[in-house]
Structures are given as C-alpha cells and as structure tokens.
Design a protein around this ligand. Structure first.
Ligand code: E4P
Length: 266
C-alpha cells in the first residue's frame, strides 16, 4: 500500500519526504487555507502560485492532488485544465481533484461525474473526492477517475454523531451496531470499494482518505486499499510505541565501552 501525505504545509511535506516513505500528497481547500493562514501568521508574503510550485517540487515527482473550487461542470473542467496547464509543467506530477457530486445541496448532480469524464478523456489524471458510498466510488471509476477517495474518518464522525469524541479517536472497523446505508465504519467503506473494484476488474485506485489515527492506517492496509492518505501527525504516531522507547532506553543504558570501536554511541 502506498502512503500519501494529506497536507499542504510545505515543512511537513519536506520532512515526510526526507523519511523516504511517502509516495504522494493530497490537498484540499481546507488544507490550503491552513497553509495560507500559517504563512500569513509568519509574516510571509503569500503567493499561492509559488507556494504550490514548491509543494510540487518537494513531492519529488510523486502525485500531488490539487482540488478545483468551482462547482459547475464547465467551470470545473476549465479550472482543472488551467491548474493542470499551469502546474504540471513544474514536476509532471499534478492530479486534479474533483468532487463526486459538486452540488452544495443534497441533490443528484452529474456535474462532478461529467467533469471527471471530460478531464480524464483529456489525459488529465483525476482524484475523485468526497466519496461516502461504494456506489459513488463505482460511478467515479466508470467516469474514468484514476483515484477514488472514500472519506473514512468523516463516515465514522457521522456514525458516532451525538457521542463525545475527538477527531483522532479510533472508531472500530466492525462498527458499533450502527450503519450508514449498509456501511458500518470508514474502514468498511474502503473495504467495500476495494471488494467491488477487485470483483469487477476496475482499474481505478482506492485512495483511503480522511484517516485520523495510526490504527486506521493499519486497517486500511488490511482492507486492501491501494493508497492511504494521512495527516502528518498520523505518520508520526505510526512510528511510535512506548515499548520501543523503553527498549531504546534500556539498550542505550547497556552499551559497554567495547562497542565504541564500531563508531556507535559512547
Ligand atoms: C483527502 O484527500 C481529504 O481531503 C482528507 O483526507 C480529508 O480529511 P479530513 O476528513 O480529516 O478533513
């Protein structure tokens, strides 16, 4: 399973790429807002264009998803093409993110699906976002999306509505007895998408998104997701364990002077 970083903060992107374990970056308007606000706070001049170019270069040739902000079919296609033309020349790694349904109301609108189809047919790779059902994933794949992004954490949020919880709290993959139209958890949503794509030989990649903790990252791998996109803090959490730290302290205490000959810690 590939791991993408779900962030638009350049320092996070640079640090995670330096680790050598990150295979791509996903952004969205909320993540861009966070990055722009951080730049403003630090007193820097904000040019989103040059900032995005830095992100594309920091991603070292791996895919970077940039989301459109338009909501009408024609506007989304135009914006997607503009973003692709302007930015893909930088590092040849731009993917255009299109919502599966761009309606601001809870209405059936094919604008997103049509935009995915038009951009994909124009040779522009599309990441279809805001997927909350396996059937949305299926339609996005049929429209030609290269990646489909089921939002695991936000499904869990909906399923535990009314409970008190933190965004990063674990929600069991098997659910807690509730379901959203047959989906019992975010991990289950991803698992159902994976199963359908495998069963029908669908080539689109399942990109598990809205991941809030390290255990969910593990469960996405077990569910067979092609890719999981995770915030920086999840990546950091995934490398931690109290017993690893305890083991390190004990091994460090036990270093005998004879070890020094190998150039290690004294
Ligand atoms: C990724 O592509 C999504 O934009 C992102 O994972 C959403 O995560 P959130 O639900 O934690 O905001």
């Amino acid at each position: 399973m590939k791991i993408f970083l779900d962030s638009a903060i350049l320092s996070e992107i640079e640090e995670s790429y330096a680790s050598g374990i990150v295979d791509g970056v996903t952004t969205n308007p909320s993540l861009m807002k966070k990055a722009v606000e951080e730049l403003k706070r630090s007193g820097e001049n904000v040019s989103l264009e040059s900032y995005i170019k830095k992100i594309l270069l920091a991603a070292k040739g791996t895919p970077v998803s940039l989301e459109v902000t338009s909501t009408e079919y024609g506007d989304m296609v135009k914006e997607g093409k503009t973003l692709y033309r302007k930015f893909n020349v930088v590092a040849k790694n731009v993917v255009i993110k299109i919502p599966v349904n761009s309606s601001l109301e809870n209405q059936g609108s094919f604008d997103g699906i049509k935009a995915i189809r038009a951009l994909s047919r124009a040779g522009i790779p599309v990441n279809c976002t805001l997927i909350f059902t396996p059937e949305q994933a299926l339609l996005a794949a049929k429209a030609g999306a290269k990646f489909v992004s089921p939002f695991a954490g936000r499904i869990d949020d909906a399923l535990r509505e009314g409970e008190s919880f933190d965004k990063s709290d674990y929600y069991p993959a098997i659910g807690k007895g509730k379901h959203d139209n047959g989906v019992v958890s975010g991990v289950d949503l991803v698992a159902q998408c994976v199963r359908i794509f495998k069963m029908h030989g669908i080539k689109s990649r399942v990109l598990a998104a809205s991941i809030r903790n390290a255990r969910q990252l593990r469960e996405m791998a077990l569910a067979g997701a092609d890719i999981a996109t995770v915030p920086f803090y999840v990546l950091k959490d995934a490398i931690k364990h109290a017993k690893t730290a305890e083991g390190m302290r004990k091994f460090t205490e036990d270093i005998v002077p004879e070890y020094a000959v190998f150039g290690g810690k004294k």
